[in-house]
Design a protein around this ligand. Structure first.
Ligand SMILES: [Zn+2]
Length: 383
């Protein structure tokens, strides 16, 4: 026998509870019998239709018929029943598929209600999950924070750059291999332009150094986070798009000692006070002298081993290469000489590092692609 809404004579709390119990038992029983989408629609209409649905009958037969002094008790129960019925109807099968959670059920229910040109503003909204920082952005923000605390300001610049800012003003000779199509992504059809005006996707954040020096007179201390692009096929340690953080300090009497002291402090602030730093000579077109800085491996503590296993991140050397740096080449200052950067009066140092790789090491991830595939199951672990 299908459930019908009884007319109530006794409005005492006990009698009301009993009636509500019967109604809910019928609801659960009918919900369990829903198998297909058309079953579900019939079930939904039987319980929720405005005209003569079971909830409407409960409203009329119970709430409106109740004596004045019982209205409050009846109202409370009717509201509760309404919530239960709406949730159950939403939770039950739709298109042959059970709703996975209440939010989905409510969304389905909301869709159905909206289709019927009726919006039930008493239904709770669908809560939007708050996002979290991406592990690479988190790493960048932490590193930038270290330099901000040292008094550096943050600068940004365009990702589409001219050859002039990306290469020429940074002392790259015209035949430098980095200018080759194999390494750099150029914008097409610019053959008629002068080389220095041709557009490309910046291969490093260094153009922002020149752009900033054109606008700000010395002394400056800036840190530049951003995306850069190179013609590299994606693999576990390469990506055609990746990130850099770059820094520049220019003032009178800046020496290599300032560079070492600043970077040593920054690495200790970022990786922990026990890390050691070490420098070895290197080459970059825009710095002279240039160096690569290593930090003692923060995974194995510099021992090269993790228990009986070799430490892979530092290749058992106990050291990890972390950034490139050097004293700004006087040739670079020539391009911004008019703005007060006279290499006889000022000197400076610059450094650049890859936060993607730092994030890989920090979080023990072995494939760079995971950071850029936007799989929420992966990213959620770092939230
Ligand atoms: Zn190690």
């Amino acid at each position: 026998m299908a459930y019908t809404v009884p007319k109530l004579k006794d409005f005492s709390p006990a009698a009301l509870d009993k009636a509500a119990e019967k109604l809910l038992a019928a609801l659960d029983k009918e919900a369990a019998e829903v198998k297909t989408e058309s079953d579900w629609k019939i079930f939904r209409d039987r319980w929720l239709a405005r005209k003569n649905g079971i909830l409407t009958q409960v409203n009329g037969g119970w709430l409106k018929a109740a004596p004045r002094d019982a209205k409050r008790e009846v109202g409370l129960r009717v509201n509760e029943l309404k919530g239960r019925v709406e949730t159950t109807v939403g939770l039950t099968v739709r298109k042959g598929e059970p709703a996975r959670d209440i939010a989905k059920a409510k969304q389905w229910l909301g869709d159905e209600v909206a289709e019927g040109n009726r919006l039930d503003i008493t239904l709770p909204g669908v809560r939007r999950a708050l996002g979290a920082e991406h592990p690479v952005i988190k790493t960048m923000n932490e590193m930038v924070g270290v330099f901000r605390n040292l008094g550096y300001s943050v600068q940004e610049g365009p990702e589409i750059e001219t050859d002039y800012y990306n290469f020429e003003s940074l002392n790259f000779p015209p035949n430098h291999p980095a200018r080759d199509m194999q390494d750099t992504l150029f914008i097409a059809n610019q053959e008629s332009k002068l080389l220095r005006e041709r557009l490309l996707l910046r291969t490093h954040t260094s153009p922002v150094q020149i752009r900033t020096m054109e606008e700000m007179k010395p002394p400056i201390r800036i840190v530049i986070p951003g995306k850069v692009h190179r013609n590299d096929p994606p693999d576990a340690s390469h990506s055609p798009m990746f990130h850099q953080i770059e820094g520049l300090a220019v003032d009178t009497n800046i020496t290599f000692g300032d560079l070492k002291g600043t970077l040593d402090h920054a690495m200790k602030a970022f990786f922990g006070s026990s890390v050691k730093t070490s420098f070895r000579p290197s080459f970059f077109p825009f710095t002279e002298p240039s160096a690569e800085m290593m930090v003692s491996c923060f995974i194995c503590g510099g021992s090269g081993r993790r228990g009986s296993e070799p430490c892979r991140p530092c290749k058992q050397t106990g050291w990890i290469e972390i950034l490139g740096c050097g004293m700004v080449d006087p040739n670079v200052f020539e391009f911004v000489k008019e703005n007060g950067y006279d290499s006889r009066k000022v000197s400076g140092f610059a450094f650049g590092m890859g936060p993607d790789r730092i994030a890989l090491l920090k979080y023990g991830v072995d494939d760079l692609q995971l950071f850029f595939q936007n799989d929420v199951r992966f990213l959620r672990q770092f939230a």
